[in-house]
Design a binder for this molecule. Sequence first.
Ligand SMILES: Cc1ncc(COP(=O)(O)O)c(C=O)c1O
Length: 381
Amino acid sequence: MSAPDFAAIRREEFAGITGAIYLNSASTGPLPARTVRRVGEYAALRASPFQMNDHDLFSELDRARELTGRLLNVSPGEIALAFNTSYGLNVAARGLPLERGDIVVASDREFPANVYPWMRLAERGVTLELVPVTPEGWPDEARLLERMADPRVRVVAVSLVQFSNGYKVDLARLSARARATDTFLVVDAIQGLGAVPVDLAATPVDILSCGGQKWLLSPWGSGFVYVRRELIPTVEPVVMGWMAFEGTDDFTRLTDYDPHLREDARRYEMVSLPFQDFAGYNTSVELLLEAGVANIAGHIAALHAPVLEWAARRGVRISSPTGAHASGILCVAIPNAAEAYKAVRAQGVTASVREGAIRLSPHLFNTADEMVRVTEMLDRL
Ligand SMILES: Cc1ncc(COP(=O)(O)O)c(C=O)c1O
């Protein structure tokens, strides 16, 4: 797929960030103009609900499952729509068949959304083991792989990309080992999806959860959880949505209760869902698919380059990996990072400070010129 015209995308879809240097998609991705329009159209319709019908609402959800399936190269029937990342991680923690004595392994310093649901399983006698990070502060993948050989380790829960340093796991390696050792592989994908290509047909995982609000450039309240088809009969839905059951599509016969859960991942959905947010999600995901996630990843890597060159020249430590484990996040561990960030913030740069570094998270709308300007600001401190 040939590279899109990123400058045109910026001009047409991201006028809202011009005048500022927005390098913070790892916190909140900006909504493209077409998404803002779509959500607005929904709100306008909602002012006169007689203009809407059930079919339109539910076909929006069908489209969201279909587009998500395309993004991950899986079938729409393996997608349950959800309102954030945490929901899907709870589906995993509460729904996987874990028993007293089982161990869940995760890396230390994971984002808490991927820690607390597992920690709470202590009440069922399931232990969460946090594997210490490497001296660089990254997940110790070799150790995670090693721990999978222990038959008590039933789950490995990882972020696709670490929120605080951008470390991207080797999903192919984890996936292969998880298959070989019969360990459940659960992935929090919110810091990667949209900026990092993911192909679950090539690198299968068991459960993957993602909110739309960051790299997917989608409204708060949109997101999904993927559950591998073969696992759907095994992962117990822990909360019961009224549309999780067969027979609820016919709204004229809702009280003909049917105890059969849907065969597909909709058994995990908690309808009603925010239809206007999924209309926005669909519009944003279409934009990402049009641009091509591999192209976006290439664009972002090119944006990182001037910062990496500057850091090498100035002897500033980069706390993010480069090479195979690089992602959209680039962390500059400049001394007194909080103070340094305050100074660049005053000059119109929005990023974040995480674990003693300035976290830059450029996306498809950013330019190399913006990155160079940030290095110049840092130079003048
Ligand atoms: C790795 C990771 N997981 C999850 C979240 C957020 O979870 P949720 O979508 O449930 O708010 C974040 C950031 O806010 C994150 O960085």
